[in-house]
Ligand binder design. Structure first.
Ligand code: GDP
Length: 363
């Protein structure tokens, strides 16, 4: 039936008859939901054959805090482990604006041109507060994100630094099993996350800026002791002299540190991510380091130490989660908190009471 408002007296107003109603569920979404229910074997086969879509979904499971997802994720990781461990893992840190994403883009393209496959992961524990991380964001790595041999993943967003870092550590296993032979772990050089990154990478690269009047910023936070290489970015145009001066200052500062256990004296280089200058030299440094530590045994020793570190981290996290997520304990803690706040009970007595209750449950 024609709509009454189509009467010619309603000039210029025309109401259409209507269109076929679209399906209530997006058909593409349906496909995704179905594919989320892969079996463990399908996940593992997909990962081992280098399927980036399946890899990405498996990483989502690793990041999920739902127990049923965690259970599948852990089985997948276990089956991928024998195929992992073969990548060169590089941690990349620097304050916001230092040029991490620009540099990762060019460092990454350099590797891809040589026939390598690169995965970029990130650790940003603040991303939960800021609702979504910018680290490891594809849109910041314009060239890499178009490449099929690159896999880019932003930071897992949930939980404590330890939790976020553990998820990234586990995702490394999956990426390596999928055949990525280079791995970057990106982090913002402003907090505690460097320690976590250091405990999962082979080489730790600190990106610095010259001319900010704060060249020795890394020293204060102890980040410089962790760095195997310091690279001063934006050594281009008017900035070259400043970058060279910062290089000299940093080299002098590093002389004050004792030689690290690796037997490698951290180097300071200048480069320009934007203008693609000095990139080959940065990679040359990283490869010289890897050659040295593989030769002197430090590479293997550090990886074993890292494995031990993550075992204890996982135990700690699971103990903590088990305890705090227990509904009975949560109730008891609320009461104890009141008592401690009102000085009716000492913190230590309250803590012991809560733990004893937990252990009495036979957990
Ligand atoms: P991030 O926050 O550490 O990831 O830094 P970005 O990679 O987003 O870079 C911050 C800004 O510095 C951007 O405007 C870049 O274009 C600029 N930038 C990055 N690398 C260089 C460089 O080598 N030279 C110059 N002149 N600018 C750069």
């Amino acid at each position: 039936m024609e709509h009454p408002e189509n009467d010619p007296k309603y000039n210029g107003l025309n109401v259409n008859k209507g269109v076929v109603k679209p399906p209530s569920l997006n058909p593409y979404l349906k496909k995704r939901l179905r594919s989320n229910s892969y079996s463990v074997a399908e996940y593992v086969d997909g990962i081992l054959s280098g399927d980036r879509v399946i890899l990405s979904q498996a990483v989502t499971l690793v990041e999920s805090s739902r127990p049923e997802h965690q259970e599948i994720a852990q089985t997948i990781i276990e089956q991928c482990l024998p195929h992992a461990g073969n990548a060169i893992r590089v941690g990349i840190t620097g304050v916001p604006g230092a040029g991490k994403s620009t540099s990762i883009d060019v460092f990454g393209m350099h590797l891809l041109e040589k026939g390598h496959k690169l995965a970029v992961l990130a650790i940003d524990p603040s991303s939960e507060r800021s609702k979504g991380s910018i680290l490891g964001d594809k849109t910041r790595m314009e060239k890499l994100s178009m490449e099929k041999n690159a896999f880019i993943r932003p930071s897992p967003a949930a939980g404590s630094l330890g939790g976020v870092a553990r998820k990234t550590r586990e995702s490394i296993v999956l990426c390596e099993a999928a055949g990525f032979d280079y791995l970057f772990v990106e982090t913002v050089g402003v907090g505690q996350s460097e320690t976590a990154v250091q405990s999962m990478v082979d080489f730790f690269l600190l990106i610095q800026l010259a001319g900010t009047g704060d060249e020795l910023q890394g020293i204060k936070r102890g980040i410089m002791e962790m760095a195997d290489g310091i690279v001063i970015n934006k050594a281009d145009g008017d900035n070259i002299d400043k970058a060279k001066m910062a290089q000299r200052q940093l080299r002098n500062a590093l002389h004050l540190y004792p030689l690290p256990e690796s037997g490698w004296s951290p180097e300071v280089l200048t480069y320009s991510g934007y203008y693609n200058l000095g990139i080959v030299e940065v990679w040359d440094m990283i490869h010289r380091y890897i050659d040295l530590v593989k030769h002197n045994g430090f590479f293997e020793r550090k990886r074993r130490e890292q494995a031990k570190y993550w075992m204890f981290e996982s135990i700690n996290e699971q103990l903590r989660n088990g305890f705090y997520r227990d509904p009975e304990i949560a109730g008891l803690l609320a009461t104890l908190e009141e008592e401690v706040l009102n000085s009716r009970k000492s913190s230590f007595v309250a803590a012991r009471e809560a733990l004893e209750r937990y252990y009495q449950q036979g957990k």
